[in-house]
Design a protein around this ligand. Sequence first.
Ligand code: GDP
Length: 441
Amino acid sequence: MFDDLQKRLSSAFRQFRVSGVLTEANMKEGLREVRTALLEADVNYNVVQDFMTRVTDKAVGTQVVKSVRPEQQIVKIVHDELVDLMGPSDPTIRFEKTGTTVLMLCGLQGSGKTTTSGKLAKLLTSQNRKPMLVAADLQRPAAVEQLKVIGAQLGVPVYTQENSNPVKVCQDALIEANRRGCDTLILDTAGRLHVDDELMAELVQIEKKVKPHQVFFVCDAMTGQDAVASAEAFNAALELDGVIMTKLDGDARGGAALSVRRVTGVPVKFVGKGEKLDKLDPFDPERLVGQMLGMGDVVGLVEAAQSAVDEEEALRQQERMAKGKFDLNDFRQQIVQIKKMGSVQDVMGMFPGMSQMSENLSGLDADGEIKRIQGIIDSMTQRERSRPDLIDISRRRRIAAGAGVDPSDVSGLVKQFDAMAAFVKQMAQMTMLDKLKALTG
Ligand code: GDP
C-alpha cells in the first residue's frame, strides 16, 4: 500500500540536509521533491499547492528543538499536515431513534459498493443491529446474485424484486424492513463506468422518494483523482454524508485518500482493505499517514523532544503566573498546549477561568473554536498581546478583519482573557494554603 509514495517521500526527506534553522532557501530542494511525490501519487493539484504552503510556513517558523535534526522536524511537520489534510476522522453512522435507518451506497461500477454493503451489514450485525440489504443495482446483471450470496453468508436478509425499477425496490424494501423489524436498510445502488446523467437521475429519484438518512460514496482508492472527480459529481447531486474508501490493500497511490476530504468537504468514514467481508476499518488518518511515511520512529522522536520543550515552556509560564504576569501570549500558549492534550472541551473545563469557555464550546466544533481563538490572537501585534487594554475600536476592527471574524468576537475574547488574568493575579497574591482552599472550595 502506498509503496511508490513512500519511496518517493523517503527520498525527498533525504534531500533535507540542513544545518541550523530551516529556511525557504535551504528547504527548496527537499520540498520540491515532496511536491513531486504528492503529484505523482495523483493528489489533486490545488490540494498539493495548499499543502506545500502550509508545510513551508510551518517549517520556516518552527522552533529549533534540541536533540532533533531539522530534517526530522520536517518529517514531523509533513506527517502532521498530512493527517490534518485527511482528518478529522469521524467513523460514525448516525442511527434514527425510531424506525428504520436508511443508508444509501453509491459510486461507480466496480468501486466496491456491493462488497461494501456486505461489509457494513456485517459490522452492524456485530453491533447488534438488524440490517437488511437491498439489491437496487439493476444495471449490473450479476449484482443481485452477488448480494444474495453475501446475505446468505452473513445470515442477513436481502430484498430483491424481479423486473422492477430501483425506486420501487427501495420503497418496498423499506416497508418489508419495518414489517420484519429490521432497523437498518442498506441500499446497494447501481453504478456506471463513468458519471452520467441517467445514473444521476436514477439516484436522485431514489433519494427523493426513499429519503435515505445518510448517503455514502464508495470510492476506489486505486483510481486516484478520477475517484475524487466522481465524488464531487455525486456530492453535487446527492449531498454525501461520507466516503468509504475501498481497495486500500491494493497498490493505491494515495491520491484519492489524500484529496477527497479537502476537495469535497465530505469526511472519509471507513476504509476497505480486502475483498473479505471483515475487511472494513474505521478511517484513521494517523494510521494511514504512518503507512504512507513509514517513519513512525522519527515522528515519535520529534514528539518526545517537542514535549520536553513544552514542559520547559509550561514551567516558564508558571513562573510568570506566580509573578502575576500573564498576557495574551501566555493565553495563546496555553491554548496551543490544550489543543495538544486532546479533547479540548474537557481539558478547558479544568483550567481556572476557562470553564465558561468550555461550556460555550459544548455542542460546538471545539477544535474549530480553538483555531478561531488562536487566529484572533495571531492577528494581534506583540504589543496588543501584552497590553490587551490598548485594543480600541479601530484595532478591534483590524484584528477581526485579519482573523476573519466579527469585531464583537475580538472583544468577547479579550473579556474572557481579562477574567482569567484577574483570577491568575488573585492566585498569585495568595498564600499556598489560600490557593488550595480556593481551588478545592
Ligand atoms: P460494485 O460494482 O461497486 O458493486 O463493486 P463490487 O462490490 O462488485 O467490487 C468490485 C471488485 O472489487 C470485486 O472484485 C471486489 O471483490 C473488489 N473489492 C471491493 N472492495 C475491495 C477492497 O477493499 N479491497 C480489494 N482488494 N478488493 C475489493
